[in-house]
Design a protein around this ligand. Structure first.
Ligand code: AR6
Length: 173
């Protein structure tokens, strides 16, 4: 199983500015907005995003739901709910892995070819960067190995620590 490394790319910056087909939101179970990347996405997309989210009835941890992007350059937002880090013994790794898989599956269903992920759970939810990065990279590479309809996955780093954790995870064989 090898994935052309150019299909998984690290970029530093604000995910709301990216003109990809879909950006992923690290949301909470209400899907009604919050701080961090969620707040930034809602601010940039405008109030119509919240209106569409109200009709979704929330989202379970590890699951994903899709909306339009409204004022964002990206036509779609995939909202997923990462686990809150509680020490690692509460199913957090499997739930975080499910966020990546379910988001990618939804992307394929909507014809998304370029998708950008923030570091799900690595902010307010407290997931250790290195562990989260290795799960993200593993799940994305596994998915891409069997699915060529997704051309490029961008891993968006908002801090140097997160960037280093991803770089390390991408180097591992
Ligand atoms: N672009 C890219 N990455 C960002 C941006 C941005 N504009 N802003 C923050 N990040 P967090 P979580 C990074 O806290 O840990 C919200 O209140 C940030 O530096 O946004 O999954 C939700 O409503 C970090 O690396 O998400 C939930 O209640 C990563 O995005 C809760 O936070 C994720 O940090 C979810 O917590």
């Amino acid at each position: 199983m090898t994935v052309d490394s150019s299909r998984v790319r690290l970029i530093t910056g604000d995910i709301t500015q990216l003109a990809v087909d879909a950006i992923v939101n690290a949301a909470n179970r209400s899907l009604l907005g919050g701080g961090g990347v969620d707040g930034a996405i809602h601010r940039a997309a405008g109030p119509a995003l919240l209106a569409e989210c109200r009709d979704l009835g929330g989202c379970e941890t590890g699951e994903a739901k899709i909306t339009r992007g409204y004022r964002l350059p990206a036509p779609y937002v995939i909202h997923t709910v990462g686990p809150i880090w509680q020490g690692g013994g509460m199913g957090e790794p499997a739930l975080l892995a499910a966020c990546y898989r379910n988001s990618l599956q939804l992307a394929v269903a909507y014809g998304v070819r370029a998708i950008a992920f923030p570091a799900i759970s690595c902010g307010v939810y407290g997931y250790p960067f290195e562990e989260a990065a290795s799960i993200a990279v593993r799940e994305i590479e596994r998915f891409l190995a069997d699915e060529d309809r997704i051309a490029t996955v961008y891993l968006v780093c908002f801090s140097e620590d997160v960037r280093q954790a991803y770089a390390q995870a991408l180097e591992k064989p």
